[in-house]
Ligand binder design. Structure first.
Ligand code: HEM
Length: 441
């Protein structure tokens, strides 16, 4: 049952802003700022945010808390029942095209489905699902993708030490090959354009729109669709019927942007396995378990820290409260995923929860969201990351940075993936013939 709404007092609002909002804005919500991420991890700022939400729940109970700032009322969710209501009714009383999210994403994907309100949303969603083969476990081109991933993985096995810089550069090449085709492998300009515009997105509506950069990004994308034989998802786009309003190039910008969260989850999963030889051995032998490890890393450190909705109509809440259309609703997944009052495994690495139905049954565990705006790229991400990790797990990796990712104590709530270093022990098993691809990082 949905819970009663209460209004937070000004000191709780101030605490929430200072301990929850400010550290996340500083780290960058659309593209991470490495120095701020390092500082946040040093201070474990997500633990502060969790404590301030715990405090709200202690003071006001499990019902949603209304945070009033002039011009914008926001409802902060504190119970699983309310999360289920809001995510489940997305598309009806709630829209995923929240005002702040739209301001941030419109810098590079103004017509992306996630920020499309109204009637156009349904056909854009249908297009995304069709081109991404959602919800199939494997995309129709998965064999081609697997080959690309293997090629890009091989150079990472040489050299003994794995850094974020090398891992990320390889993953970026994989993403370009999957989204635009092999022809885009070395198109670093397209990544640069995306990331500049994401940097603008970190400032929401406060940054001016750089139309010429966006035009260049769209023109470059269109070129991959216009090739005589487009590759990757570009080929799926060409094969998918699209009404005039769908704007496939804009949909592709979301895929290209969202894929950049995948290396963070995959690299941290490798870091978690590096300190757990038994789990690493199981991940080598069992693909479903390896995917569960990737999901578990996304639970522990969700790359979308909060999911935002706006109400589209008046909504009624227990206690006789009616909220006007246009109220923001905030679901802090990073809080619910680590809710030690409900989850015995909150701060532990426990991939089994993704295999035995526990995570699936709980709507507040939602690294890829739930309901009608659930991520249609989820299975593609799991395929890509698990295939890459399968290659890398040919080596035994050890943590060579000071990250506290091993078993035996609670995992930190904030982590700096950019300074994580891994060292290979022993030589890789059965590495195929020398790579065609070069590690250009
Ligand atoms: C680790 C990587 C990724 C994560 C954690 C992730 C997570 C999410 C989340 C949480 C949402 C819902 C946002 C909301 O409810 O406000 C979402 C939406 C979406 N994602 Fe992903 N995503 C990832 C990668 C991808 C990739 C690679 C693609 C496509 C190739 C993709 C396509 C989409 C699309 C099209 C939507 C919008 C769905 C809609 O509005 O109906 N995502 N994703």
């Amino acid at each position: 049952m949905a819970q009663e709404v209460t209004l937070a007092n000004w000191s709780d609002v101030a605490r929430l802003f200072a301990l929850g909002l400010v550290p996340n804005l500083a780290q960058g919500v659309i593209i991470r700022r490495p120095l701020a991420v390092r500082l946040a991890a040093g201070l474990d700022t997500n633990a502060w945010a969790c404590r301030s939400l715990d405090r709200l729940r202690e003071r006001y109970g499990p019902g949603p808390v209304l945070v009033g700032v002039p011009g914008r009322q926001s409802l902060v969710l504190l119970s699983v029942e309310d999360v289920r209501r809001v995510l489940g009714e997305t598309g009806a009383s709630f829209t995923a095209a929240n005002k702040e999210k739209s301001a941030a994403l419109s810098h590079f994907e103004p017509d992306g489905v996630l920020i499309t309100p109204g009637a156009a949303r349904a056909q854009r969603r249908r297009f995304n699902e069709a081109a991404l083969d959602y919800p199939a476990a494997e995309h129709r081109f998965h064999e081609v993708f697997r080959e690309a991933i293997r090629e890009e993985a091989r150079p990472l096995l040489a050299g003994g030490t794995l850094t974020w810089k090398r891992f990320h550069a390889a993953y970026q090449r994989i993403v370009r090959r999957i989204v635009f085709g092999d022809a885009a492998r070395d198109d670093e300009r397209i990544t640069e354009l995306r990331d500049k515009l994401r940097g603008d997105g970190n400032w929401f509506m406060l940054h001016r729109k750089r139309h010429s950069l966006r035009r260049e990004l769209f023109v470059r994308t269109q070129r991959y669709l216009d090739l005589p034989e487009p590759g990757g998802l570009a080929r799926a786009v060409c094969d998918t019927p699209a009404a005039a309003d769908v704007k496939p190039v804009a949909q592709m910008q979301h895929w290209f942007f969202a894929f950049d969260a995948a290396p963070i989850g995959a690299y941290l999963a490798l870091g978690l396995l590096a300190g757990r030889p038994a789990e690493a051995a199981r991940a080598r032998a069992d693909r479903a378990y390896l995917q569960a490890c990737v999901l578990e890393s996304q639970r522990l450190w969700p790359t979308s820290l909060a999911l935002l909705r706006d109400t589209t109509v008046e909504t009624h809440w227990p206690g006789g409260v009616t909220l006007p259309a246009g109220t923001a609703v905030i679901f802090c997944s990073s809080y619910f995923h680590r809710d030690a009052r409900r989850l015995s495994y909150a701060d532990r690495f426990e991939p089994e929860v993704w295999l035995d139905g526990r995570a699936e049954a709980d709507w507040s565990i939602a690294p890829f969201s739930r309901g009608s705006a659930e991520c249609p790229g989820r299975n593609l991400v799991l395929f890509t990351s698990a295939t890459l990790l399968t290659e890398l797990l040919r080596c035994d990796w050890r943590l060579s940075s000071s990250h506290r990712l091993g078993p035996g104590r609670p995992l930190p709530r904030t982590v700096d993936h950019t300074s994580l270093r891994l060292t290979a022990g022993g030589s890789p098993t059965a590495v195929p013939a020398p790579p065609v691809a070069q590690d250009t990082a």
